[in-house]
Design a protein around this ligand. Sequence first.
Ligand SMILES: Cc1ncc(C[n+]2csc(CCOP(=O)(O)OP(=O)(O)O)c2C)c(N)n1
Ligand SMILES: [Mg+2]
Length: 343
Amino acid sequence: MVRKPAAKESTSNVSRDELLKYYRDMLLIRRFEEKAGQLYGMGLIGGFCHLYIGQEAVVVGLEACAKDGDKRITSYRDHGHMLACGMDAKGVMAELTGREGGYSKGKGGSMHMFSREKHFYGGHGIVAAQVPLGAGLAFADKYLGNDNVTFTYFGDGAANQGQVYETYNMAELWSLPVVFVIENNQYAMGTSMSRSTKSTTLYGRGEAFGIAGERVDGMDVLAVKAAGEKAVAHCRAGKGPYILEVMTYRYRGHSMSDPAKYRTREEVQKMRDERDAIEHVRDLLLTGSHASEDDLKAIDKEIKDIVNESAEFAKESPEPALDQLWTDIYAEDLPQGSATENA
Ligand SMILES: Cc1ncc(C[n+]2csc(CCOP(=O)(O)OP(=O)(O)O)c2C)c(N)n1
Ligand SMILES: [Mg+2]
């Protein structure tokens, strides 16, 4: 499928400022991830590192539906989620490189970062483990009687884990305000959807539990936002959980070592050429005369600077001292009152 000219698409429901924000936010994730890939290649990042390149519209579209107090939790493919909810690129990059200035003081790495301030609850390396945790966060909000929503992200592979369905059952039974976001990038490591399930949709599995849901084009940030608004309104109105199966695609390997034998180069290139989410918004901005090439160049430069500064910060930040090896592990290390503080 060849990209349709953006001029035919209506942007009447979206303001120039919104489009520019989506462009900027998606570009920040892309450039940040490219830089992380480079630093990994230079040996400055070690261990696991899963890049989000290609999937940017999912998290940017959904963050556009969030209000202060809403929570988010995801898997190990988490850098984009952190940047999109407003966490500082410097702190994220420093954590990737295992430095003191990182969100987990350099002791968590790519998969284990948290921000109480931004209500970001990780970063989880165990496939699907974040799903019941996300329902737990939503339970806390329901218990406290506010209208906050928890975005619980997981992959198509994770959707085959049993704990997802135990969670669905309880989330619907207790009408928990949780949006289950299945980021269906069509592969779980090297296993394609067609090799792991006969189900034609993943959102449809919610029906057995009475949970409403839908499938969304995850390469179109405006479509993601529209579906997200519906899901969030459902949750805030006290109607219980909602499932969004967001169809997306990862351009890079599963993690930094990936033999890439499970799909063709042509398949990846086709998605990049015809469905890229950033190019889509770029087209909308240009053809709708919302921005000029020069405006977009200025944004590109601004993003490049933020990313370069984050890499410089990460390189200059020291590694954690050896006497920090046993700190930040047990609850007694938390500041006074934290243990009882509301999520
Ligand atoms: C319980 C568990 N089983 C297996 C693994 C190894 N593993 C890591 S990622 C992954 C694939 C998950 O794919 P998906 O949920 O589609 O997410 P994606 O990587 O595509 O974002 C597997 C099997 C793990 N980390 N945890
Ligand atoms: Mg997947």
